[in-house]
Every structure is written in structure tokens, then in C-alpha cells.
Ligand binder design. Structure first.
Ligand SMILES: C[S@@+](CC[C@H](N)C(=O)[O-])C[C@H]1O[C@@H](n2cnc3c(N)ncnc32)[C@H](O)[C@@H]1O
Length: 273
């Protein structure tokens, strides 16, 4: 890839998705762009970049989509789900015992394994029968990942990464080409395509945000801005869950333990004193 094309690609990704593309990823980037090149009928990357510079929207979307890392699995970092179930949810439910309502956002949901892991956990608590309303919102910038999440259709290999045979038998139906999640679990989740760089106003007050394994792809300024805006959408006793090895890079939070944080005070309030 030509140096000026690489730097155009890096700027496009940063501007449109907050993602950082470093020089070491140049070969990987080229490999990921090849299917886009073929799909749009280019013989090499040079004409693809010429077209991209003409602000061709469909092509820009496809290029950004191709550069996304959608790696995920069911109950990824299972100790975090254990802590959610044994500490975080019981505490939140105690605090919300009067309203019996919880609002949870999986902010970079990829192909849905994270939010369906949550749905399975919540299903086990039988919350609906106990009169609880749980809003489970799952968003991602990748249209392809989100379409997979909405379909709730997975290969056997994907199920085996994180689920027990009991989980699979209970929540999935075998089909010719894989396994589909039960309509009951699917109905628990509202999916929406959403860029973390955009405004969070539509989300309202949230009790729990999962923003795992995405922030480290962002530049520091984007990371801080995302974290600050998430703090504003969390209720004061709400919880933000990062990836197991991620640390919160914002003074808007107090870290409870690895990955679990709670907002200190919304930045807007801190600004006025
Ligand atoms: C590595 S996956 C993490 C999935 C899941 N949270 C987990 O931990 O298993 C990162 C996800 O972030 C999404 N993503 C990257 N940039 C984004 C942005 N600006 N807005 C929303 N989602 C983004 C990608 O499409 C991808 O699905």
C-alpha cells in the first residue's frame, strides 16, 4: 500500500470510528481491504483509494467495516460474569427494588455473544416472573456484526467457546447450518447500529454499561470522551464494566476492581464545582 494511501486510511478510521491504525498493521490492513477491492471491482488498491478520496460513501463504509475487529465469545472473561451475578446485579436490584427496573447497555456488542451471555444470566434469575422489567440494549458500529447478533445464529465452534452443553441445550435450537438462540432470549434485547463517537442522549439513565475490549482501539482523546459521556448516562450508583485487562483512563470513575468502575460525579457537574 502506498504511504499516502495508508495515511489516508488511518485518518479516515480515526475520524469516522475513533480507531487508531499504526504502521505495524499495514500488512493486515492490506489483507483486510482485498475482499473490499474485489467486491467493488478494483484490480488493485490504488484505484480503490482514488475512489475513496472522491468521498464515495458506500465504499468508505465497506472499508471501515473491513477494518473492524469483531473478536468475541460467550461469557468472555467468565470471572467478570460471575462477579456481575454474585455482587453487581444483586446490589443494583436491591437499590432498584421499588421500581423493579434495570437498564443495561452492551456498548460494543459485536456479533451478540456478550449481550446473549447477559440475557442467559438474567433469564436464570427469572426476573420477568418476579415483576422486573429489564431493558437490554446492544449496539455496535459494524452493520455486519450487528446483523449476526440480531439473527442470533452461531456455529458449533462459536457456541463451544464459552457455553456448557446445558446452556446450549437450554437456549439454542439446532438448525442445518448451526444453532439459533431461543426467541425468548432474542426478544429480551434491543439492537441498534450506533457509533460510540455519536451522542448518547437517546440512551437515557443506565444502571450498567458493558464497554469491553473496544476502548484500546481508540486514541486517548476519544477514549476519554467516550468514558466521560458514559459517566453522564450512568445513574450515580451505576456500574461501568470494561474488559478484564482494561483500566479506566478517566477521573470520572472510581475503580471497584479489575474492569468494574462506578462514576464519581458526572463531568458536567464537576465542571461547575
Ligand atoms: C473486539 S470487539 C469486542 C466485543 C465484546 N464487547 C467483547 O468484549 O467480547 C470490538 C467491537 O467494537 C466495535 N467498534 C469499534 N469501533 C466502534 C465505534 N466507534 N462505535 C461502536 N462500536 C465500535 C467493533 O465493531 C467490534 O464489534
Amino acid at each position: 500500500m502506498r504511504a499516502d494511501d495508508f495515511s489516508y486510511l488511518a485518518r479516515l478510521l480515526r475520524r469516522r470510528a475513533g480507531l487508531i491504525l499504526t504502521q505495524e498493521k499495514a500488512t493486515l490492513a492490506m489483507r483486510r481491504l482485498e475482499p473490499v477491492m474485489r467486491r467493488f471491482g478494483f484490480r488493485s488498491l490504488e484505484p480503490l483509494f482514488q475512489e475513496l478520496r472522491l468521498d464515495c460513501e458506500g465504499l468508505a463504509d465497506a472499508v471501515i467495516e473491513a477494518m473492524m475487529v469483531n473478536e468475541t465469545c460467550f461469557f468472555r472473561d467468565s470471572h467478570q460474569f460471575t462477579r456481575l451475578q454474585t455482587h453487581v446485579l444483586p446490589k443494583l436490584m436491591q437499590a432498584r427494588a421499588r421500581d423493579k427496573r434495570l437498564r443495561i447497555w452492551s456498548a460494543a456488542a459485536s456479533s451478540g455473544q456478550e449481550v446473549y451471555s447477559l440475557a442467559m444470566m438474567l433469564d436464570g434469575l427469572d426476573l420477568a416472573a418476579r415483576g422486573w422489567q429489564v431493558d437490554l440494549i446492544a449496539t455496535d458500529l459494524s452493520g455486519e456484526a450487528l446483523a449476526r447478533a440480531q439473527a442470533g445464529h452461531y456455529t458449533q465452534f462459536e457456541l463451544q467457546r464459552g457455553l456448557s452443553f446445558e446452556d446450549i441445550a437450554r437456549h439454542f435450537r439446532a438448525q442445518e447450518s448451526g444453532f439459533t438462540i431461543s426467541p425468548r432470549l432474542k426478544a429480551m434485547v434491543k439492537f441498534r447500529r450506533f457509533n460510540l463517537l455519536d451522542s448518547y442522549g437517546w440512551l437515557g439513565d443506565l444502571d450498567l454499561i458493558l464497554c469491553r475490549n473496544v476502548l484500546f482501539y481508540f486514541d486517548p482523546a476519544t477514549r476519554t470522551s467516550v468514558l466521560d459521556r458514559m459517566a453522564e448516562t450512568l445513574s450515580p450508583d451505576g456500574v461501568l464494566l470494561l474488559g478484564a485487562t482494561e483500566r479506566v483512563a478517566s477521573d470520572a470513575y472510581r475503580e471497584i476492581e479489575a474492569g468494574f468502575c462506578t462514576p464519581v460525579q458526572p463531568p458536567s457537574l464537576r465542571a461547575v464545582g
